[in-house]
Design a protein around this ligand. Sequence first.
Ligand SMILES: Nc1ncnc2c1ncn2[C@@H]1O[C@H](COP(=O)(O)OP(=O)(O)O)[C@@H](O)[C@H]1O
Ligand SMILES: [Mg+2]
Length: 385
Amino acid sequence: MPASKKIRVAVLYGGRSGEHEVSLRSAASVVRNLDRNRFEVISVAIDKQGRWLLNDSVKISELAGKSAVLAILPDAIPVALLPEVAQGKSAFVALENAGHKVAPIEFDVVFPVIHGPLCEDGTIQGILELAEVPYVGCGVLASSVGMDKDVAKRLARDAGLPIVPFVSLRTGAWLKSSEKMGQVRERVQRELGFPVFVKPANMGSSVGVHKVREAANFDQAVKDAFRYDTKVLVERAVDAREIEIAVMENSEAGGAPLVSVVGEIVPTHEFYSYEAKYLDENGAVLKIPADLNLEQIRIVQQLGRDIFEALECEGMARVDLFLDRTSGKFFFNEVNTIPGFTSISMYPKLWEAAGMGYSELLSRLVDLALARQVRKHALLREFKA
Ligand SMILES: Nc1ncnc2c1ncn2[C@@H]1O[C@H](COP(=O)(O)OP(=O)(O)O)[C@@H](O)[C@H]1O
Ligand SMILES: [Mg+2]
C-alpha cells in the first residue's frame, strides 16, 4: 500500500489530569502497536499546562519502540487543532507565535489515550466534535457520564441494573454548618450503615477515596473528598471481589456490544487504593480469567453489555463491577471510557485472552471511529422538506 493511502492516526496523550503519567505509559504501547501497514502515526502531547505539542513522528516511534514511557520530546512544536475541516481533512497548525512556520499537519482520526478529568470526561471529545474530527471511543455524553460516578450510577439504576446504595453530597449542602454535617452523618448511618466508602464524584485512580469504618471518622473523609470535587459520593461498603470486563461497540449496526473474557483485580491492600495502584508495584494482582463459574461469567458479560448500552457508550469501555462475597451478587461500580492501555493493562489483556491481539484491537477501534464519522456525516443538520 503506498504511504499516502495509509490512515493517519493522531495519538493524543498526556493531559491535565493526575493520570498524566499513566497516559504516557498507555501512549507508548499504543504508538508501538498501531499497525504500520495500515496506519501512519503522529503524536500530540498535552502537557500539564494544557499546551498541545506535536512530536517528531520518527523520533517518537523510535522512543515508543524502546521505552515504556512516551515522554514529550523537548523539541515538540506547540500546535492547535484547526476548528474547520479544510479540503476534507482535519489538521493541526503550528502556532505562529512560537516562531515555527510549518504547513498544516493533516490527519484522519484521533486516538485519545488520556485519562481522567479534562481528558476522558467529554471535554476533549467536545473539542474534537467541534472540529469534526473522528475519534476513538465514547462521544461527549457517555464520556462525561462515565466520569461522574453519581450520574453513571443513576443511569444504571434507571436501566434496572444493580448498584450499591449511595447518597451524593454537594459542597454547599453540608459545609454550611456542623449541624448539617451531623444530619448527613445520621442519614448515612440510617440509610447505608457503616462502613462506607467516601469518594469524589469525578476523579479516578482512587484519589480522595476513603473507607470509613465508623461515624467518628466520617467528617474527615468527607472533607478530604471535597478537596477534589464539589460532589462526593458516600456508598455502602461491600466485601467486594473486583471484577472487570472489556466491552467494544459492535461494528454491525444494531448488534450487541462485544464482551471479552472476565478479569479480576486482587489488591494486596485493604482496597484498591492509590497506593495499591501506583506506589506499590505488588499492590494488586491481575487475574485473567477471573475464577468464576459459567453462570457468573454469563451474568458479568450481560452486565457489561447492559451498562455499555445504558450509559450510551461507543467504541470502547471497561466496565468495573463488584462481586459481593457475602451475598454473591454483582454490582456495577464504574465505567472507564478510556481505560489504561499499557501493555499490562486490563483492557488490552482481556481482549488478548479473548483472542484479539493488541494491534488488532487498536485497528478495530480506529475503524469504529471512522465508521461513526460516516454515520454522522449522513445526518441532516438543518430542516429539509
Ligand atoms: N462501595 C464500595 N465497596 C467496597 N469497595 C469499594 C467501594 N467503593 C470503592 N471501593 C474500593 O475503592 C476503589 C476505588 O474506587 P472507585 O469507585 O473504583 O474509584 P476510582 O475511579 O478512583 O477507581 C475500588 O477499586 C475498591 O477497591
Ligand atoms: Mg475504579
